[in-house]
Design a protein around this ligand. Sequence first.
Ligand code: ARG
Length: 595
Amino acid sequence: MKKFLELISEEMGKAFEAAGFQAELGKVTVSNRPDLCEYQCNGAMAGAKMYHKAPLMIANDVAEKLQGNTVFSEVSAVAPGFLNLKVAVAFVKEYLREMREDAKFGLEMPEKPQMIMVDYGGPNIAKPLHVGHLRSAIIGESIKRICRFAGHEVLGDIHLGDWGLQMGLIATELKKRHPELPYFDESYQGEYPKEAPFTISELEEIYPTASAKSKEDADYKAEAMEATYQLQTGVPGMRALWEHIIDVSVTDLKKNYANLRVEFDLWKGESDVQDIIPDMVEKMKEEGFAHESDGALVVDVKEETDTKEIPPCMILKSDGAALYNTTDLATIVDRMEKYQPDKLIYMTDKRQDLYFEQVFRCARKTGLVKPETELIHIGFGTMNGKDGKPFKTREGGAMRLENLIREINEEMYRKITQNRSMGEEEAAEISKVVALSAVKYGDLSNQASKDYIFDIDRFTSFEGDTGPYILYTIVRIKSILSKFKEQNASTGSGAKDVEGISLREAKSESEKNLMLEITKFNATIEAAYEEVAPHKICAYIYDLANAFNHFYHETKILAEEDRDRQSGWIALLMLTKDVLETCIDLLGFSAPERM
Ligand code: ARG
């Protein structure tokens, strides 16, 4: 379906043409004076220079051509040359009717779907998750869903950090505690145990302990580096131990991400592409892209048009070791080979902006991607506490995702049980659903690149621009719909099946306003997709929820005696609910049945 603004602009364009001006002048925008009109067209002003005619005269000519038009119910030419517009209620109704019948509410599907890969989450095995990982997961999940809804083929890849020094550190500490384990016996020939020699909580304690020791003890660090080297060169005991670490961590990560309703299609990691590195590096050398610099191997990526210094992309350190860059480049090789993506989207903290600029340039320069492959990095800002500093737990420690979620769940539970009588179990279930909306909406409603303040109090509020407010609105609609069903079932007055109900022309301003808000759906999703910007969906549903609540407060829906009007409203409510629920699904959360 065409976008609403597009349709009315076309209509306006025809009027410009009929009056002897070019159609392009007929661009219509949402009014910036909602007290005067719904939409406006400023084309007469632009036309004045072209046609050497006073803008008001042009506007008058155009307005005249729109007399009796079925799209606009009001057209007025006002000084100095604006065209103030209201659209016809029948036209709005017809647009919504078509939306209702379309599976995607009027969002047009691409002629040729793209293959898009979204690299997000990016946790590091055995290291605790931090706020950056939370943001990456929330934003990435939403972007993945938006791309998919927009009709593309999408794969989300977690890109685990599973190949670094942390592995050697864990092995070293474990060896100190349990030297008798077969993993450390180089002459061991048997099968390694199936059971991991640690639980997730032990693992979570081992890593920080080892990390702290390595900072104070150079020998310890050397040992850890040696263990890392052994793992990376495939020593069987180290490899077997590493597999246990991965297994135990991934099980835990899956649980954590499932609680956040974050789902990855691929659980690949840095380790998966290590075999690709030697050939890739060799090729870069052969083709003359990589050269030595202070013993290291680098690819120059600066360009003449640069206004700031872009340092070379380092491929191998002077000791021959691969780096974070190298792995990312090899991952690109792997992805291009296996999935032929048209677009790669990465989600990390914006402090990695320069890093990705280097990696992308290097990938292009060395031909790892096609010239038309899009490489996009979404760098997000910091999640701060109320003190404006990077978010810490109440105890002042680094955030543990689980604890953060628990804290929000508890706060939500407190709020939900405050004025409601509800069973404990149900309240706990509902609290979880609503808490997730609080965290995700709180994050996604900001433009990703901006820092924001994580304010549990505000995020969990049922009023204002929050997730719980949106859910509250949806639940309110659900409740009206089910009461309506009940009412009609008991009086036996037909209309038992709400599905058969159709929309009516708006009779009140608040009703029309709600309808006009709904029409913006396809334009909103298209913009969110093209600009990789979930916050646009948040802004849309906030306006939509406000428009609905305004309408609701002015309208006695269930008590209405005019059956025809009432059923029109019910149809409008159903559409509002469907659109809101589709949008929150794109943001990665859902609404309960009641709250
Ligand atoms: N593991 C990395 C970190 O914790 C994030 C990975 C992001 N993705 C990537 N392809 N580099 O910072």
